[in-house]
Write a protein that binds this ligand. Structure first.
Ligand code: NDP
Length: 402
């Protein structure tokens, strides 16, 4: 009855499917389908070896709405979990509408030929999902996902209004490679090389990519350089926490990563404009992806921890100004031992599993398209503690001074 169809067979999907198999009380039959079936079979084999659970596998091009709809009709899941790429979001939402199945994803839609991502395209499906009595849950990863739920936890339990919000994403892990990205290289590089944007006093402020740097001391990781970036949850958080005066997103990068990225950018390898090579159109960034290590292969060598969280300053019900920091620390080697994947995949795959479980058991229910911050944070926060992403809350003596 609680059967799911998972689309995509990368690192995030691998973690989510391992976690689904580990929780048979929450999930029925799990079917895993992707562009190349052998990748699904490899995940199914690992799940079977670890937990003795069978995962059904299939091949599907998620850009083909009719093919996906045919697969859904065969599998008859209650929920489709989209862990493919942001390019597939709209086609998979169409397939869900066609077959009457709920939808969940971890990243907002991005057109292939434009380095631009925003929720507008998916929010436009609100009326159709509502009319069909279906639910679409957007952004059930870590960021977006857990960071949005952390903000709503602060708003529900610690502060009545949030004036400033800073999301701090630190990966203190070392994979031992000269240059690799921790999730899909194409999506990652498009995100990092885009101009930074933050919300301030009712408008977006744009600054050049990677131009604003701060040093922050992360619990269990240490001091790291972090850079101001645009990240998709800012768009929905500003909408659902309308009193926000400032919202920013920071991500840590090491010098080696940035030096490689600068060189690749300077020689044109991060471009998404097609170039003609030996009579054939090639997109440099897609070619670069093909020569970089696959994120799902980094688990074995990655050591260290991630630390991702929210710092919010606002007013309590009594009108007192306070600052709270809610964060999770995740160990790359522990994540690998449990699921065969490093912590960046783990911190995304676990929240995808939790969001799916809450939809399947009806704890999170609604008709239409929902961002994760529109739903009650409490059951999700409780499940994070239970399923490998424990969080902690600290009250800071003062707001962030930068
Ligand atoms: P990967 O590139 O490792 O995996 C993506 C998978 O999708 C691959 O198996 C790929 O197939 C498959 N795929 C691509 N195109 C199609 C298609 N047309 N039809 C069917 N399958 C397809 O990425 P990750 O696992 O690192 O990331 C997965 C998703 O999670 C991405 O959308 C990413 O943006 C998101 N993410 C979200 C985060 C968050 O915190 N919210 C953090 C990290 C990632 P193949 O293997 O054949 O190439």
């Amino acid at each position: 009855m609680n059967d799911v169809l998972v689309i995509g067979a990368g690192g995030v999907s691998s973690v989510a499917v391992h976690k689904m198999a580990k929780n048979p009380d929450l999930f029925g039959k799990v079917t895993l389908a992707s562009r190349r079936r052998f990748k699904c079979d490899a995940i199914a084999k690992s799940v079977h070896e670890r937990f003795g659970v069978e995962i059904a596998t299939a091949e599907v091009d998620a850009d083909d709405v009719d093919a996906t709809a045919r697969l859904i009709d065969q599998v008859k899941p209650k929920l489709l979990v989209n862990l493919a790429l942001p390019y597939q979001d709209l086609n998979l939402m169409e397939a869900c509408l066609k077959t009457g199945v709920d939808y969940l994803d971890t990243a907002n839609y991005e057109p292939r030929d434009e380095a631009k991502f925003e929720y507008g395209w998916q929010w436009a499906y609100q009326d159709r999902f509502k009319a069909a009595g279906l639910m679409a849950l957007l952004g059930s990863g870590f960021d977006p996902g857990v960071t949005s739920v952390f903000a709503m936890h602060i708003k529900k339990h610690l502060l009545q209004t949030i004036e400033t919000l800073d999301i701090l994403d630190c990966n203190g892990g070392d994979h031992g490679q000269h240059f690799a990205t921790n999730f899909n290289p194409e999506i990652n590089i498009r995100e990092v090389t885009a101009p930074a944007r933050h919300w301030e006093n009712g408008q977006w402020v744009e600054t050049p990519a990677l131009s604003e740097r701060q040093v922050f001391i992360f619990d269990q990781v240490g001091a790291k350089n972090m850079y101001l970036m645009y990240h998709e949850e800012l768009e929905s958080l500003v909408k659902f926490i309308p009193e926000l005066q400032r919202a920013r997103f920071w991500m840590t990068f090491g010098e080696q990563y940035l030096t490689h990225l600068r060189v690749l950018e300077n020689v044109g390898m991060t471009s998404i404009e097609p170039v003609l090579y030996e009579g054939r159109e090639v997109i440099p960034l897609q070619f670069l992806k093909a020569v970089l290590p696959e994120p799902s292969t980094l688990g074995e060598t990655t050591k260290g921890k991630t630390n991702i969280g929210d710092i919010a300053t606002g007013r309590t019900a009594e009108g007192e100004q306070k600052t709270f920091y809610v964060y999770n620390v995740c160990d790359h080697e522990d994540a690998y031992a449990e699921t065969g994947n490093q912590a960046v995949s783990y911190t995304t795959g676990v929240p995808a599993m939790i969001g799916a479980a809450l939809m399947l058991n009806g704890t999170w229910r609604g008709e239409g398209v929902f961002n994760i911050e529109q739903l009650d944070p409490d059951p999700f926060m409780a499940m994070l503690n239970k399923h490998g992403l424990p969080w902690q809350v600290k009250e800071l003596p003062e707001p962030l001074r930068f």
